[in-house]
Design a binder for this molecule. Structure first.
Ligand SMILES: NC(=O)c1ccc[n+]([C@@H]2O[C@H](COP(=O)([O-])OP(=O)(O)OC[C@H]3O[C@@H](n4cnc5c(N)ncnc54)[C@H](OP(=O)(O)O)[C@@H]3O)[C@@H](O)[C@H]2O)c1
Length: 260
């Protein structure tokens, strides 16, 4: 029997790598996408031990030609049935002094590449009448006051695009979930030029494994939008009000159809 295959952007570390490890354990083969070949190959070796085959696709997703290669992969490999749209960068630059370079990079990666790849996966999966798209947005998509607005705006864009596509994808047998994590302990903070412990209270920082488990649980439950959250009253209240605001009218995905 053919094993299902998942394509993950931003697979070399952090959230993408954690999904790759967990999906490999659930029987998936992988296509691992990021810039760092050495890290991707090391991960592919590790996943082979768990019985999963991985293809390494080195791509800088701020570059249009590289995005096109990943689009072609999504649209030509009919075995791929799971797409984790995850590669992303953040910044903690002061709002009004956000540099042009940072604005352009965030929009190129978090908006343009994420959009192109989401649509490519959508076309491929709709043609097969099955598949799962998971978009890694952020809690700041619905709580933008808490972080740099260019980053928050990029995540709000992803959430809006996902919501707009939900009805059409669901009608064609495709599941789409958007995950809105709060602060999670990964390299993104250092890459953004800060130390997470210096700007977020320790009790509000999620453990990477727990965050991804919560997101996968949301997918199993058929949630269209998942807000992995610490058991903190304010976070839960925020999450609940966001759910109510965001999810009143659209039908929920069926848990029975998960991971197609
Ligand atoms: N950690 C959090 O607190 C948090 C909270 C909410 C949402 N998120 C979102 O979750 C996603 C993953 O974040 P993370 O925390 O796992 O970050 P991370 O540890 O910094 O990992 C980011 C991943 O994206 C890849 N990437 C970065 N620039 C790229 C480029 N130009 N082309 C291709 N790949 C690129 C990186 O690989 P290479 O460097 O090898 O290219 C890496 O695999 C992001 O979209 C982020 O916005 C994170």
């Amino acid at each position: 029997m053919t094993r299902p295959k998942a394509l993950i952007t931003g697979a070399s570390t952090g959230i993408g790598k954690a999904y790759a490890q967990k999906l490999a354990r659930r029987g998936y083969d992988l296509v691992l996408v990021a810039r760092d070949r050495a890290r991707l190959e090391a991960l592919a070796g590790e996943l082979r031990q768990a019985g999963a085959e991985s293809e390494v696709l080195v791509a800088d997703l701020t570059q249009s030609a590289d995005v096109a290669r990943v689009e072609r992969k999504l649209e030509s490999d009919a075995v791929i049935s799971f797409f984790l749209n995850n590669a992303g960068i953040a910044t903690v630059e002061p709002q009004l002094k956000t540099s042009v370079e940072t604005i352009e990079k965030i929009i190129a990666l978090n908006v343009t590449a994420a959009t192109r790849l989401m649509l490519a996966a959508g076309r491929a999966f709709v043609a097969e009448k099955r598949g799962t798209i998971v978009n890694m947005a952020s809690a700041v998509a619905v709580n933008p006051e808490r972080f740099n607005g260019v980053y928050g705006g990029s995540k709000a864009f992803m959430l809006a695009l996902s919501q707009a596509l939900t009805r059409e994808l669901n009608a064609n047998g495709v599941i789409i979930q958007t995950v809105l994590p709060g602060a999670t302990r990964t390299e993104i903070w250092e890459r953004a030029g800060t130390d997470v412990d210096a700007i977020i209270l320790p009790e509000r920082i999620m453990d990477l494994d727990e965050m991804v488990d919560a997101a996968l649980k949301g997918l199993e439950l058929g949630e269209r939008i998942t807000i992995p959250s610490l058991p903190d009253a304010q976070d839960l209240a925020d999450a609940e009000s966001a759910r109510l605001k965001l999810a009143p009218n659209l039908s929920r995905n069926h848990a029975a159809a998960r991971y197609r």
